[in-house]
Write a protein that binds this ligand. Sequence first.
Ligand code: NAD
Ligand code: MLT
Length: 309
Amino acid sequence: MKVLVTDPIADAGLDRLREAGHEVETGYELEGDALHEAVADAHALVVRSGTEVTRELLESAPDLRIVGRAGIGVDNIDIDAATDHGVIVANAPEGNVRAAAEHTVAMAFASARSIPQAHSRLNNGEWAKSEYLGTEVNAKTLGVVGLGRVGQEVAKRLAALGMDLVAYDPYISEERADQLGAELAELDSVLDRADFLTIHTPLTPETENLIGEEELAKLEGGYVVNCARGGIIDEPALAAAVEDGTLAGAALDVFGEEPLPDDSPLLDVDDIIVTPHLGASTSAAQEHVATSIADQVLAAFADEPVVNA
Ligand code: NAD
Ligand code: MLT
């Protein structure tokens, strides 16, 4: 069988597929016609967030049995089109949860203590000690939007650092929230009360632009962290809210358009810090998701049940 891998995954996953006797072709730069040609005789396609798996791409792949997402979010895959073509879509929902949670905590601290800004000033020879007065997370309120796997891990870590928890997630039980020490509330109430707001929902029609100008105004004086998906926060509204001082700062790992365009308004604002979708980028997480997705491809090839499909 041919497995086409179009976004970089750890060698452990590629080795597992090769050791099982399959042909593995990597094409991390493939686009347009070249991508359509490469997928034409593939039996499996493995991606991360870089490849848009569109209806047209699926139509170019008559032998395809499975699309494997080496990670969590499947918003870059046209699930309806895959279903129409009888193609399984599977993800790896566990392997990068802790990596994403740790990155979120790191981004909250980096923002609250202006670490990237101060580092850059010092690299330029400026000892700007008097210009940075940070914010402690201790005794502050963390607002979590989306209290799923990553949201819960972030909540546990920041609660251990002294934060009170309030969460908006219409799909989780009061009981689960209670176990975490989090109070469930409506979004407006979370925004009113939070000092730090952290986003952990998938990107869906319901969450697209969930946090816009009005919502950011309710968070007055707070910080926003988004290590979930671009498109959930209105980027121009966020840039304006940090620029005009409505918000103290923001830290973003994900963007509506990736790679982030050079002319993004987010790049012009000193109190907005950005990383290039690094939430899952630890060696442990990458090894875990790559081997997990390889196992699912092997299961599909063997006509065995595919977990997380
Ligand atoms: P999950 O499915 O376990 O949790 C998502 C939570 O969001 C669920 O509890 C769900 O009930 C809630 N939710 C859904 N719609 C909602 C809405 N309209 N309002 C409020 N809550 C809503 O997912 P997860 O594994 O925790 O992942 C969360 C997000 O993080 C996903 O978007 C995923 O793609 C992203 N992620 C990013 C990185 C990265 O590299 N930056 C790494 C891992 C995960
Ligand atoms: C995910 O949803 O798992 C993330 O986008 C991580 C990634 O693959 O970079």
